[in-house]
Design a binder for this molecule. Structure first.
Ligand code: ADP
Ligand code: TPW
Ligand code: MG
Length: 574
């Protein structure tokens, strides 16, 4: 065939290209939303994705698009997708990818990149960077696709890697030249892969289940700790049946709150110190014995050697990471709990002596807290303000609660009861400030429920510009800024000069005006009554709202409840 004839045949055929194949591959695998910041070389990818029916949420900064994708992964059990431009945009998205991986949430950071030939010879391309190498240590896996015919495989690998086993972040590098590569449309479509069963059930070995049942039967003072892995697993009914059949008291890690309602009779959250110290057997379900649990040792855990541990996790290497595990149960939470339940007919529940002691402690602590939560003091303290938000959530159990800050986080976690699974989204395993607005956007977009974002004023500042994103998409997000004019407190003074102390902000800053600037509602609340009214109005209206809640600048404590982690100087203060 001469050249002209071949060309005629080719041009008669329908062509596709890298842009469209990426979009088709994502859609084929159920991805519906892309969190994004446009620019070279992915501007058209975002536009075309929107034109092809994907929801494209365009942010002001990639970090927040990334946090949105991370939260979307946690909420949906499908990888959240963030799309960024090369080098600086990629780097801005990377913190979120590492955050997703640290939290065991599925996410894919897709970034455009410069030309390989130029990058590899370091010849100074536009936004040149060896992004694959940079991403590798910060995620589960990093892949690069060089040819349009490999897009199907590349996206399939990214999805399966993000979802299977312990979920996590995946980096997918798309050089600019890939996107424009042409391919026969039929061959292109045939090369795409729909990932079948991306998170396969992983059954525990029968011996491991027997061993765990023996340990649990031998326990006199058992305790279950539910972690966010149990919430992520979306087997809520199985978790409930296991907890209720066992009769064990349980506590919930921050984001597992509401997996069973926090008002459940077996919930021992208000007796946390007692159950950690006095239990003789602790069963961890999708929770790691990391810093958040004091590594399973130290005073809060009672006498060394006083406990046996049963650990349910999909990741085998998590076992014994901090404490010797007597009964490792490696598998997915649903399969593991179902296997246990099969052996629990006629289960003998723990003694009244234990469950009664726990309940007594819970009610004593709840009673002690109650009066603090109904105060209407001005200036507001954390208890007065959060007591009202607690009531609002009780009346609106479907609302999503986003929460970050130090005191604002720690108090809200213990004061605000959650009633339904996966409603509480916060700073996660790293304690990252700045997740607030990205997470709020994802919470609204992925669930369609109203969002209340309870934000320290410092925490809010990390992502404050995204209020424009919230207004632009008209999302039902009510941000409550706990404005104590600083990080932890607003009272520090510089002992030697004119500059403000490093932890304080402009006093009583008008965060409410930021929301007004973009067409949303902005309100200042000085009393708990004002605050409650403003948040209820925001929920009723569904309009983007920012409530600037003025909190006593002296009310907080250093680092909230983790001040003990601050290193201490040995030099005496002058
Ligand atoms: P928390 O901070 O709430 O204590 P972590 O993030 O420390 O929770 O722990 C979550 C754990 O859940 C991780 O170790 C992860 O491997 C595990 N996990 C996630 N999904 C599943 C699942 N489907 N089945 C079993 N374990 C899971
Ligand atoms: C990405 C360090 C932990 S908590 C916090 C900072 C800066 C802010 C606390 O002040 P806020 O809350 O939000 O006003 P409150 O109620 O106590 O006054 N950078 C990142 N992550 C973390 N964790 C920090 C800095 C930090
Ligand atoms: Mg503050």
């Amino acid at each position: 065939m001469d050249g002209d004839a071949a060309e005629a045949i080719v041009s008669d055929r329908e062509l596709t290209d890298g842009f469209h194949m990426v979009i088709d591959a994502l859609k084929l695998n159920g991805i519906r939303t892309i969190y994004h910041v446009p620019g070279i070389p992915v501007t058209d990818l975002g536009r075309m994705a929107q034109a092809e029916g994907l929801r494209v949420i365009s942010f002001r900064h990639e970090q927040h698009a990334g946090y949105a994708a991370a939260a979307a992964g946690y909420l949906t059990g499908l990888p959240g997708v963030c799309l960024t431009v090369s080098a600086p945009g990629f780097l801005n998205g990377l913190t979120a990818l590492a955050h997703a991986t640290t939290n065991c949430w599925p996410m894919i950071l897709i970034s455009g990149s410069s030309e390989r030939e130029i990058v590899d010879l370091q010849q100074g391309d536009y936004e040149e960077m060896d992004q694959l190498a940079v991403a590798k240590p910060l995620c589960k896996a990093a892949y690069r696709i060089l040819h349009a015919r490999d897009i199907g495989v590349g996206i399939a690998r990214a999805i399966r890697t993000a979802l299977s086993g312990r979920p996590g972040g995946v980096y997918l590098d798309l050089p600019a030249s890939l996107l424009g590569q042409a391919m026969d449309a039929v061959e292109g479509a045939e090369s795409l892969i729909r990932v079948v069963d991306p998170a396969p059930a992983q059954l525990p070995a029968s011996k491991a289940v027997d061993r765990a049942i023996d340990v649990l039967k031998g326990a006199e003072r058992p305790l279950v700790i539910l972690g966010k892995g149990a919430a992520y697993a979306q087997c809520d009914e199985t978790v409930r049946r296991f907890v209720e059949t066992s009769g064990f008291p349980y506590i919930a890690m921050s984001m597992a709150k509401g997996l069973l309602p926090d008002i459940h009779p077996q919930y021992a959250g208000a007796a946390r110190s007692l159950v950690l110290k006095d239990s003789d057997c602790v069963m961890l379900v999708g929770a790691r014995l990391n810093w958040l649990l004091g590594h399973g040792k130290g005073r809060q855990w009672g006498e060394p050697g006083s406990k046996r541990f049963v650990h349910v996790d999909i990741e085998p290497t998590e076992m014994d990471s901090n404490q010797s595990i007597d009964a490792p149960l490696v598998g997915d939470i649903e399969s593991v709990l179902e296997s246990l339940l099969e052996r629990m007919d006629g289960w003998k529940k723990p003694s009244d002596a234990w469950t009664g002691a726990v309940k007594a402690k819970v009610s004593a602590n709840v009673d002690r807290m109650a009066p603090k939560l109904v105060n209407n003091s001005v200036p507001m303290d954390f208890h007065g303000a959060l007591g009202r938000l607690r009531r609002v959530i009780a009346d609106n159990p479907d609302a999503m609660l986003v929460n970050e800050g130090a005191n604002t986080l720690d108090f809200a976690r213990s004061i605000i009861d959650m009633y339904k699974p996966r409603k509480r989204l916060d700073v996660g395993t790293w304690g990252v400030m700045g997740v607030g607005m990205g997470t709020s956007v994802a919470a609204a977009v992925e669930t369609g429920c109203p969002v209340i974002a309870v934000e320290g004023d410092s925490a809010f500042g990390f992502s404050g510009m995204e209020v424009e994103t919230i207004c632009r998409y008209g999302l039902p997000v009510c941000i409550v800024v706990f404005n104590n004019s600083g990080i932890y407190r607003g009272t520090d003074v510089n002992p030697v000069g004119e500059d403000p102390a490093p932890t304080v902000f402009v006093p009583e800053a008008r965060y409410d005006l930021m929301m007004k600037a973009f067409g949303g509602e902005g309100v200042t609340a000085r009393s708990p009554d004002d605050l409650e009214r403003a948040v209820r109005e925001a929920l009723d209206s569904g309009k983007p709202t920012l409530v600037n809640a003025i909190i006593d600048p002296a009310a907080g404590t250093e680092s909230g409840r983790i001040g003990n982690l601050n290193p201490q100087s040995v030099v005496k203060k002058t």
